[in-house]
Design a binder for this molecule. Structure first.
Ligand SMILES: CC/C=C/CC(=O)SCCNC(=O)CCNC(=O)[C@H](O)C(C)(C)COP(=O)(O)OP(=O)(O)OC[C@H]1O[C@@H](n2cnc3c(N)ncnc32)[C@H](O)[C@@H]1OP(=O)(O)O
Length: 695
């Protein structure tokens, strides 16, 4: 239609100029992402249309409202002028779906805004606000009111003016005094951050081509690179992830109830507990423009918490400088700190974020239930505790819900929303809307120990530690998982989070410490294999980064640079001698498979139990809360690419070698999916006898 319209306009002498806009206040979100999984290569087809726009003999003006993304922005780049609404956003986000701008965008954008800014936009895929686009020279004008009228005004004004200087393909790429050095440095940075993710590196190469070749040759290079990405497999993973993230917004209770709209404008929210999690939660709420009261038990904790929150908010305000939105945190109507429990009477929603202790949480919830107004929703921030038990301390279990934030809570996008036996649909809908307003990805899951994310993480970490017992080293295990694409491996992660966290939990479960029955075997608990290695490290005060020693050594307590520690190597070898474990060489394949397949196996058990509605939910949790590499689509998607028969065969093999490790025993659901012929991921849930999961 665009092509036809342009040709008609060109042929009609009564038409003096052309304005291109989108319908319903949105310019364009780019190509239909679903189209990339069909053999048709959309990116290549749009390029000639963009060229056609640019070569028009009549001025063409883009009126950008809402968004101009991907192919949408490439269309705008073909136009001779661009007018944007002040609230519009622009970007070339193809990299985030494993591609590059394939309609000549990698060649036009650097010519318009220069290489550094273009490279930044194209390799990160970030959306920029109109104000920034104006500063960069990406748009010619921004308007507060009618964009279309403004674009027509501009079109009328420029009729008759020469179009050559407005055709980006004819412009040279602006020179930099040190282009070569700049590109070299940029490439190193892109590679370092990509960790096996191809698209950013190929985006870089396409922009580099713009600096080295004439426009037409650059376009040819862009097309070649686009084809590489299109068939890489990574693009499919990222496009799956895009739709998975949207799919998790859709949830329903067993009765089919699904409430979507809860309006949040006037809510007063209370965050209880100002430790690290509480500080991050309050910061997120302020950023989301939700009035918040932060409550602590005494003035000392309150002042400490307030100071930390203010530091975080100042930092966030700085990041937002120049943007359309301002952080309003000095206004007591938006944010107040208090030790006065009476303020609980007025709040609409409470997020309790005290430390993980069931007795304490129950005491608090009992108090909340007595003081808060009848409609108030009571959320508990917990990573593993039983929501039903917490709810049992209240007289309103239907209004109690788990909200598992991830640290740092003002940065991490994931919010696990845990649904108890009595939680009402409106409580879930409210928590989901809260997640959306906080710009987080809310995923509704059922109530079980560790919920979804941590429950799948336990067998992964367990295998990592067993591998050490059998002959590996922390740095070897971490390396394999970091090469796979994780930002940090399990041991670096454990040092960062603090080994004492798991130690406290294991003591609580009676797996170690004073409550462990006398005469318990060192390496067995309740008939299953158990590794006391993390406990032994904690007993020696090795809590990780905070104490300067853990699975690695650090430059000082609180240091961040992990170095392999000869003490650990000696300790492990002594441990193996003590327990008569024969040290063996463990290859990379075994490390990867045992860690990942045990985690995936738990995922199948979770699906079979109805704790999550589908594999997409598990993948979204892993992509947004556990650093799973995006270009691998999440653990369940990864399993589908490896092939379920292979995952099953490997689990069977490892399970036979380690019969006392239940988490290696293949889940019945995985076996069933293999038995029905390696069912594709989107059909998995149809093979469960209980068609409607708990949610
Ligand atoms: C032809 C040449 C090739 C060019 C390459 C490209 O153009 S690749 C595509 C580049 N564009 C993008 O990556 C944009 C992706 N979309 C977004 O970032 C966001 O959706 C949005 C446009 C900023 C809107 O965000 P918002 O939060 O308001 O809504 P949702 O994200 O929930 O989206 C609403 C529904 O629209 C679907 N959708 C959005 N964009 C696309 C798209 N490009 N292709 C297909 N579908 C898209 C989205 O899935 C939602 O639908 P549901 O049915 O609810 O899932």
């Amino acid at each position: 239609a665009l092509e036809d319209g342009l040709k008609k306009a060109d042929a009609d002498p009564s038409v003096k100029a052309v304005m291109i806009c989108g319908e319903n206040g949105k310019f364009s979100a780019g190509a239909d992402i679903r189209g990339f999984s069909s053999p048709k290569t959309l990116g290549v087809a749009l390029g000639p249309i963009v060229s056609l726009i640019e070569s028009s003999e009549k001025p063409v003006v883009a009126a950008i409202e809402g968004v101009a993304l991907g192919g949408g922005l490439e269309v705008a780049l073909g136009c001779h002028y661009r007018v944007a609404h002040a609230k519009a956003r622009m970007g070339l986000p193809e990299v985030t779906i494993g591609l590059l701008p394939g309609a000549e965008g990698t060649q036009r954008l650097p010519r318009l805004i220069g290489v550094p800014a273009a490279l930044d936009m194209i390799t990160t895929g970030k959306h920029i606000p109109a104000t920034e686009a104006l500063k960069l020279g990406l748009v010619d004008e921004i308007v507060e009111e009618n964009t279309i009228e403004a674009a027509i005004r501009l079109a009328n004004k420029v009729i008759g003016q020469p179009l050559g200087p407005r055709r980006l393909s004819l412009k040279p790429v602006p020179k930099l005094p040190n282009m070569e050095a700049f590109l070299q440095e940029a490439q190193v940075k892109v590679k370092r951050q990509a960790r096996g993710f191809l698209a950013p590196e190929l985006c870089f190469q396409a922009v580099q081509a713009a600096t080295q070749r004439p426009f037409a040759e650059g376009v040819r290079r862009e097309r070649e690179l686009f084809q590489v990405l299109l068939s890489s497999g990574q693009a499919q993973a990222l496009q799956y992830a895009f739709f998975a993230e949207r799919a998790v917004h859709r949830w329903a209770t067993p009765g089919g109830i699904n409430l979507l709209f809860i309006i949040f404008d006037s809510i007063l929210l209370l965050s209880l507990g100002l430790g690290t999690m509480g500080q991050g939660i309050v910061t997120s709420l302020v950023k989301a423009n939700i009035p918040v009261v932060a409550l602590e038990q005494n003035l000392e904790y309150l002042n400490k918490g307030r100071k930390a929150v203010m530091v975080l908010l100042e930092r966030e305000a700085k990041k937002m400088e120049g943007g359309a939105q301002k952080l309003d945190f000095h206004n007591p109507a938006r944010l107040q700190f208090t030790v006065d429990f009476n303020l609980l009477h007025d709040v609409d929603l409470v997020i309790e974020a005290v430390f993980e202790n069931m007795a304490l949480k129950k005491e608090i919830f009992h108090k909340l239930s007595n003081i808060c107004k009848p409609g108030a929703l009571l959320c508990t921030n917990t990573s593993a505790l039983d929501i039903d038990e917490i709810a049992s301390a209240t007289s309103r279990p239907q209004q109690v819900i788990g909200t598992h934030f991830f640290s740092p809570a003002h940065v991490m996008r994931l919010l696990e929303i845990i649904y108890g036996r009595h939680t009402s649909p409106s409580a879930i809908a409210t928590a989901m809307q809260l997640a959306k307003d906080m710009k987080k990805v809310g995923v509704v899951v059922g109530n079980c120990f560790g919920f979804v994310g941590n429950r799948m993480m336990f067998p992964y970490v367990e295998q990592a530690v067993f591998l050490l017992e059998e002959g590996s080293r922390p740095e070897a295990v971490d390396q394999v998982l970091e090469d796979f694409g994780f930002k940090i491996g399990p041991f670096r992660m454990s040092d960062l989070a603090g080994l004492d966290v798991g130690w406290r939990s294991r003591k609580g479960q009676g797996l170690t410490g004073p409550s462990l029955p006398a005469g318990s075997s060192a390496r067995q608990r309740r008939g299953q294999r158990y590794s006391p290695l993390p406990d032994l490290l904690c007993e020696r005060g090795r809590f990780g980064q905070k104490t300067g020693k853990g699975w690695y050594q650090y430059e000082r307590a609180g240091g961040r640079t992990a170095t392999p520690d000869p003490w650990i190597h000696g300790f492990l070898s002594q441990y193996r001698d003590t327990h008569r474990i024969e040290t063996r060489y463990i290859d990379q394949e075994e490390i990867l498979e045992r860690c990942l397949f045990s985690l995936i196996n738990e995922g199948f058990a979770i699906l079979a139990e109805g704790i999550a509605s589908g594999p997409e939910h598990l993948d979204v949790i892993y992509l947004n809360g556990y650093g799973w590499p995006k270009h691998r689509g999440g653990p369940m998607f990864y399993a589908s690419t490896v092939g379920l028969p292979r995952v099953l065969a490997k689990l069977q093999k490892y399970s036979e070698a380690h019969p006392d490790v239940p988490k290696l025993r293949p889940s019945a659901f995985l076996k069933k999916l293999v038995a029905v012929g390696n069912a594709p991921l989107k059909e998995w849930m149809s093979y469960l006898s209980r068609q409607s999961p708990k949610l």
